[in-house]
Design a protein around this ligand. Structure first.
Ligand SMILES: [Zn+2]
Length: 398
């Protein structure tokens, strides 16, 4: 036996000096983050945001109705093999960036398949997306999917729930039914809410109060003063908010966690740490707490045995993204010396795989303006533009 030691650690969001825990061998790092990062909102099958750098949208409904996607999303989610390869690349990227807990929307069967295929997967929450649109599941269909998956997920490292696309696209009746009946579906409900316009009052009018033991995580919640006033948890997604609307929530009040939204395009929340700190300037521990234990607490997932260790000092990590050298999930080594356990893949290799997969997806299910620039470059350019709207200083490097 040996010791895992660090000069500085972030333990449950608190910065402490001199950290030491028993480990299988002696190892020393500049910074250890306990648990690792939690990414409370991810669409692992999104390969294009339909964004145009320089163009901002009024709210999510404006974006969804008027965007021009380069792929047919319903076909991508129906292709279980491709959908699961996209999810696998997302999960690998998450671990290699230091994320130890993820909440995944989209095709739950594909996401579970990808998760089960990893040597040491991150803790996960699977939330099939409910949309009233051809090619997407209704609440009834999601119930069936969850019944099937329940048998696969029995080791306590993952949880199930449902994701309501939004009040308008899931429909008020399904929003009410999903929240009322949530305990039978895993007790977890996610919903895009307040993404560019206030929706807390509508939500309260539709749902009334929450049944005991049910957690409802509102995602984005840009425009309601304090989501907790409506009984809601709030996963804020600053990066995608800046891309789409050129603004994001300015107060941490009521924000319980952070999400990346489009990890294949813009990376996970671990990568967004410097950006989030610029938005919520001066609230280092408040941001770190929400970025680490935040997602775990929102979804009721245990963070025992999870950490990410870095060869750089904390001050530098807050300014510029650096990948971790060691990542542990439930006491098992998921990333060792910057390489994925089992396959030895590095973050650079997984990023190249993601670029190939995005290209392959467009080739297979292309359905929009041809000749559109690379969706990854497009999203990164749009992020720079969005940041320029709220900050005059240059954008941080992602
Ligand atoms: Zn989303």
């Amino acid at each position: 036996m040996g010791w895992l030691e660090a000069d500085t650690a972030v333990v449950y969001g608190k910065v402490v000096e001199g950290f030491r825990v028993p480990f299988v061998r002696d190892e020393y790092y500049d910074t250890i983050i306990v648990p690792g990062f939690s990414d409370a909102h991810m669409h692992p099958q999104v390969v294009d945001g339909g964004v145009e750098p320089g163009r901002l949208w009024r709210h999510s409904y404006d974006w969804i109705e008027n965007r021009r996607l380069v792929v047919d999303e319903a076909s991508v989610r129906r292709d279980i093999s491709l959908a699961s390869r996209l999810a696998s690349a997302t999960l690998k990227r998450a671990l290699l960036e230091g994320v130890t807990m993820v909440a995944l929307t989209g095709n739950a069967e594909a996401n579970v398949r990808a998760w089960a295929g990893l040597h040491v997967p991150p803790k996960a929450v699977f939330l099939p997306t409910i949309i009233r649109k051809p090619g997407w599941p209704s609440l009834e269909k999601a119930r069936e999917i969850l019944r099937r998956l329940r048998g696969v997920i029995d080791d306590g490292l993952a949880r199930l729930g449902v994701f309501l696309h939004s009040i308008r696209y899931a429909g008020e009746d399904q929003v009410l039914e999903a929240v009322r009946g949530a305990r039978a579906l895993g007790g977890l409900v996610g919903i895009h809410l307040g993404e560019g316009l206030p929706e807390g009052d509508s939500y309260r009018r539709i749902v009334g109060g929450h049944p005991p033991g049910v957690r409802v995580v509102a995602v984005h919640c840009i425009d309601d003063d304090d989501p907790s006033a409506f009984g809601l948890l709030c996963a804020s997604c600053p990066a995608s908010n800046l891309i789409l609307y050129g603004r994001t929530r300015r107060s941490l009040r009521g924000v319980t966690s952070f999400g990346s939204d489009w990890p294949l395009l813009i990376g996970t929340v671990a990568r967004h740490l410097p950006l989030i700190l610029r938005v919520f300037d001066g609230f280092v521990e408040g941001v770190l707490r929400r970025l680490t234990v935040g997602g775990y607490r929102d979804y009721g997932v245990s963070y025992t045995g999870d950490l990410a260790a870095f060869d750089v000092e904390l001050d530098r990590l807050l300014e510029r993204y650096e990948p971790p050298r060691l990542v542990m999930v439930a006491g098992r080594e998921a990333v060792v010396e910057g390489m994925l356990a089992g396959t030895g893949e590095t973050i650079g290799e997984v990023e190249r795989e993601i670029r190939k997969l995005v290209r392959e997806t467009i080739d297979l299910y292309g359905d929009g303006p041809s000749g559109v620039a690379d969706p990854i470059e497009n999203a990164l350019k749009a992020l720079e533009y969005g940041l320029s709207k709220v900050h005059s200083a240059p954008a941080p490097t992602l």
